[in-house]
Design a protein around this ligand. Structure first.
Ligand code: AMP
Length: 449
């Protein structure tokens, strides 16, 4: 097994590793180190929790020489402000014994402060694309010295609609730069970006495997509807052994619904985050959750993806993700390192097929627990759960959506405008056993060793 002693790293970095208590490198760290140091473009497919931040920072810090230059030499782009703050804090820890300057740049706060900071000179910028672009346009910041460009959580970045800003930024950075990209999944959009800007990139894959960590205990409950799920959730949360609970909800509206239903029961002990909440609110919620003063955090998938939420005891899935990989991402937030984690999945009749997809991916059935008798079955339904009067609709609609009890406003899966991402591509690949798109062909070529 590899240890950090097998890496050629400075004493200063070794001390920092010792302080952080990292005993051995994670697989992505082992794989990324020589490739990033070689100066080649790198595409890393790895999710949060794999140690990917350190995987790209360790070789970068090893090779970053002390400098008094004003203009930064390393640029790290991240999708959210929270991730910008968090990554900056991590880099400060890694570089504790190095004389390096790192600066976070993100929107939603006064730009003048950030301007004043960058004109004093910095080595590493960790930024969200929009604010960075504004700063560059204001001439407070120049990117002409950038030698290494890291784009982290690129799938989320593209999901949030940052493609345009990314392309604009690429135009401003010298062409002779090393690209380092990290994404949890390989989607068509990510692939297009790589094709457009990367040269002969080496791909390192720490795939979202269908094998969940052995130290995550998974359980499931069959629940008739959303508000009964809320009742069950309330019942489970009363148990104080659920020390730090992350609750995933499919969309912002339902996230707010869960929060407002439980707010009075767990006053001061529960917080909510999604992209409509103000930045200050989100930062406070995450800080409180990390510090342990808030025990329960209700979140959408995207919001919690980039965050370093450590030591989560329980992940509760209020809905069953349509894409099995999302389930793997969600439950991966608990049971990190050697700690035991617990993942609980609620599913309704309509979600059975999604649950089966997840179980097929993992090659195991999730043990089901009996629905607790003391939990009230709610008669209240979400608009999307209302039964449909078959007389009120025409045959065409019935044909389009034959699912029992399904609301007609819920489109069939293939008609939904959602990013089907890598998992859909893989399904097609599996079905046809050969690439179906140009992008795929290139992807296969690139991955040929
Ligand atoms: P990341 O995937 O970058 O979000 O990292 C997830 C967590 O793993 C962070 O809290 C890191 O501090 C931690 N971590 C990173 N590398 C190691 C390592 N080699 N050993 C133990 N923990 C690590």
């Amino acid at each position: 097994m590899e240890t950090f002693d097998d890496f050629t790293i400075s004493k200063q970095l070794q001390y920092a590793i010792a302080d952080l208590g990292y005993e051995k490198p994670t697989p992505i760290q082992v794989e990324a180190f020589p490739v990033i140091r070689s100066g080649r473009d790198v595409v890393g497919i790895a999710q949060t929790g794999t140690g990917k931040t350190f995987a790209y920072m360790l070789p970068i810090l090893q090779d970053l020489k002390f400098s008094k230059e004003i203009h930064p030499r390393v640029l790290i782009l991240v999708p959210t402000r929270e991730l910008a703050i968090q990554t900056t804090e991590e880099i400060e820890k890694f570089g504790k014994y190095l004389n390096i300057r790192v600066q976070a740049i993100y929107g939603g706060v006064n730009m003048n402060m950030q301007k004043q900071m960058v004109v004093q000179g910095t080595d590493i910028i960790v930024a969200t694309p929009g604010r960075l672009y504004d700063l560059v346009l204001s001439r407070a910041l120049q990117l002409k010295n950038i030698k290494k460009l890291v784009i982290d959580e690129v799938d989320i970045m593209l999901d949030l609609g940052f493609r345009f800003q990314l392309t604009n930024l690429f135009e401003l950075i010298p062409v002779k730069r090393q690209h380092i990209l990290f994404s949890a999944t390989m989607t068509e959009e990510v692939d297009t970006l790589i094709q457009q800007f990367f040269r002969n990139a080496e791909t390192i894959t720490i795939a979202v495997s269908g094998t969940p960590l052995a130290n995550i205990e998974q359980r499931t409950y069959s629940v008739p509807n959303f508000y009964t799920k809320v009742n069950l959730l309330r019942h489970l949360l009363v148990d104080e052994s659920m020390e730090k609970v992350l609750i995933f909800v499919a969309n912002k509206r339902n996230t707010d619904r869960v929060y407002s239903e439980l707010e009075s029961d767990f006053m001061g002990d529960i917080a909510v985050i999604h992209s409509n909440k103000s930045q200050n609110y989100r930062i406070r919620a995450i800080d409180n959750f990390n510090a342990g003063s808030v025990r329960i955090l209700v979140s959408t998938d995207i919001m919690s993806r980039g965050l370093d939420l450590d030591k989560i005891s329980h992940v509760i899935n209020m809905d069953t993700p349509r894409f099995a990989e999302n389930y793997m991402h969600r439950i991966g937030r608990t049971g990190r390192a050697e700690q035991e984690g617990h993942a609980i999945l609620f599913y309704t009749d309509r979600e059975v097929s999604f649950k089966e997809d997840i179980e097929a991916l993992m090659g195991m059935k999730i043990p089901e627990l009996p629905f607790p008798e003391s939990v009230e079955i709610s008669k209240r339904l979400l608009p999307s759960e209302e039964p449909v009067d078959p007389n009120a609709v025409d045959d065409r609609q019935i044909e389009r959506n034959p699912t029992k009890n399904a609301g007609f406003h819920e489109k069939s899966l293939k008609n939904q405008k959602i990013n089907l991402g890598g998992s859909y591509k893989r399904k097609i690949e599996k079905k046809y056993k050969k690439p179906k798109t140009r992008g795929d062909k290139n992807y296969n070529k690139r991955n040929k060793k």
